[in-house]
Write a protein that binds this ligand. Structure first.
Ligand code: ATP
Ligand code: MG
Length: 511
């Protein structure tokens, strides 16, 4: 009994001590709330008055949990871009300053999830677990924090890896008319990162629900969601939400990059992003410029893509590779948004509807595509084949036009055309069938050395399949040497060509 009382009085004393300490520490402070009134609401935006202290891009809270971003800050009123349904709002509602900017949740818990840019789960998989919230607009790393692009990012697509190589930390634009296979290239690249220690972010902006569902289902089926985060807004979402999607996705990507990881981000697509921004700007009565886009349309994309980089080792050495997608209209790559993005990025992959119609898939127009920095990062073995391949293909394309007129061709021209046709056949690749580096090197080396030239065009596919098996049997030390910056030596070439010859001889025409 005594013991219990002792304990009791002791615990009271302890509590009193705690209260006394807390009282000592406690200080009074006024909690200032700054509220204003909504005076006008239209699709996607609200005009608020009575928030004189508000900062540019500050988050504004409305009733019913609706948020917005202060976009136009005037003396009298503030133009706020809404991050949700404007139907929740009416003139006279209260608007409150939050004193912070928009942020996005980031952390390993997001991997495998499909989320909205504000971190809401869209996959029905329960709440999103995150470690930190990061502001969606962040400054890009400075020049001294960056390193040159030096490691390739293999897409598994032969035409890209050989002729338009992409390096980790690069920004490569994918552009083409609608339905030319833009998303397929990006999704295949994500699928090929399996086992490559790359975290992928698939950022869908204002897409059709069916397209997003198809892409995510495809990633899941191929096991790619194990290392991928999908950040999604659909066409029906508020334009404000669509506008912040790529910035939020980039902050999620930067979280991993700053932990020293290599990250790949796909923006599908920035045309929708530009349109959402145009819509908001026009509603906010900003002056329209070319194609009715506002004056700062270049800046919204350049500040986004500048965040892609290869960080210096002191900062962890991570990288962020960006694959922005743009939809062109009637193959016009010199329209406003495409030219802007071509000048911001380090190269472009142009997809031609004509090639798509001809069944040349992926429909990459090699003549109009370029990679300005990836060549330095490309594995050396590719450099042994890429030069000849590009030249032979360019010659073929030029001569093919003549051949169509039915002109009589000399022997040399005929050979160039036959060789070119085989190059085109080998560069064709079905969707989600990525080719490994040894497979690519073996078939490209055999190709430029004319090993396919005597094989009938309709057997080239089968012949390549046989070659794939031969590539799997190459000596391990040789395969290892493919993943270095040194070119193929004579001996390696001979070993590969001998293996190729063995596999291909059965497909040759018998006289
Ligand atoms: P949108 O403009 O609607 O976004 P998109 O340019 O992203 O279209 P995709 O959706 O990637 O194009 O592809 C269009 C169609 O082409 C799809 O049905 C896809 O399956 C097919 N396709 C794309 N690439 C290939 C390929 N290499 N082989 C076979 N089919 C392909
Ligand atoms: Mg698409």
């Amino acid at each position: 009994m005594k013991k219990a009382c002792e304990g009791f009085s002791g615990s009271i004393k302890h509590t009193f001590d705690e209260i006394a300490a807390a009282r000592e520490k406690f200080s009074y402070a006024l909690n200032r709330r700054e509220t204003g009134t909504v005076i006008k609401v239209s699709a996607g935006i609200a005009i608020v008055s009575g928030l004189p202290g508000i900062g540019f891009e500050e988050l504004v809270k409305f009733s019913d949990g609706l948020y917005g971003i202060a976009f136009n800050v005037d003396e009298e009123e503030v133009g706020v871009v809404l991050l949700g349904d404007h139907c929740l709002l009416e003139a006279g509602s209260e608007a409150e300053r939050t004193g912070r900017v928009m942020d996005a949740p980031a952390g390993c818990g997001l991997i495998g999830r499909v989320v909205s840019p504000i971190g809401e789960p869209l996959d029905g998989g329960g709440p999103v677990v995150f470690e930190r919230r990061l502001p969606i607009e962040r400054e890009a790393p400075g020049i001294t924090d960056r390193l040159a692009v030096s490691v390739p990012l293999q897409t598994g697509i032969k035409a890209i890896d050989a002729l338009i190589p992409i390096g980790r930390g690069q920004r490569e634009l994918i552009l083409g008319d609608r339905q030319t296979g833009k998303t397929s290239i990006a999704v295949d690249t994500i699928i090929n990162q399996r086992g490559q220690d790359v975290i992928c972010i698939y950022c869908a902006i204002g897409q059709r629900t069916s397209s997003v569902a198809k892409a995510v289902a495809h990633l899941k089926e191929k096991g790619a969601m194990d290392y991928t985060v999908a950040v999604v807004t659909e066409g029906g979402d508020a334009p404000g939400l669509q506008y912040i999607t790529p910035y939020a996705a980039t902050s999620i990507a930067e979280y991993f990059m700053q932990k020293g990881r290599d990250v790949l981000i796909v923006y599908d697509d920035l045309t929708h992003h530009a349109r959402a921004y145009r819509e908001l700007s026009l509603l906010l009565r900003r002056p329209p410029g070319r194609e009715a886009f506002p004056g700062d349309i270049f800046y919204i994309h350049s500040r986004l893509l500048e965040r892609a980089t290869h960080l210096a080792p002191e900062l962890g050495g991570g990288s962020l590779t960006a694959l922005p997608i743009i939809e062109t209209e009637a193959q016009n790559i010199s329209a406003y948004i495409p030219t802007n993005l071509i000048s911001i990025t380090d190269g472009q992959i142009y997809l031609s509807p004509k090639l798509f119609e001809l069944g040349v898939l992926p429909a990459i127009d090699i003549g109009k595509s370029v990679s300005r920095v990836g060549g330095k990062a490309q594995w050396g073995a590719y450099r042994s084949v890429a030069g000849d391949l590009k030249l032979a293909y360019a010659q073929f394309e030029e001569l093919e036009a003549f051949a169509r007129f039915g002109a009589r061709l000399d022997e040399n021209t005929r050979k160039i055309i036959e060789h070119g046709r085989r190059i085109r056949e080998i560069l064709k690749q079905p969707e989600s069938e990525p080719a490994s580096v040894p497979e690519q090197i073996t078939s490209l080396l055999a190709l430029i050395n004319g090993r396919f030239d005597e094989i009938p065009l309709d057997s080239v596919r089968d012949a390549e399949r046989a070659l794939k098996k031969a590539a799997a049997g190459l000596p391990e030390s040789l395969v290892k040497s493919f993943f270095s910056q040194s070119k193929l030596d004579k001996e390696s070439r001979e070993t590969i060509l001998a293996a190729a010859e063995k596999a291909l001889s059965q497909f040759r025409r018998t006289p």
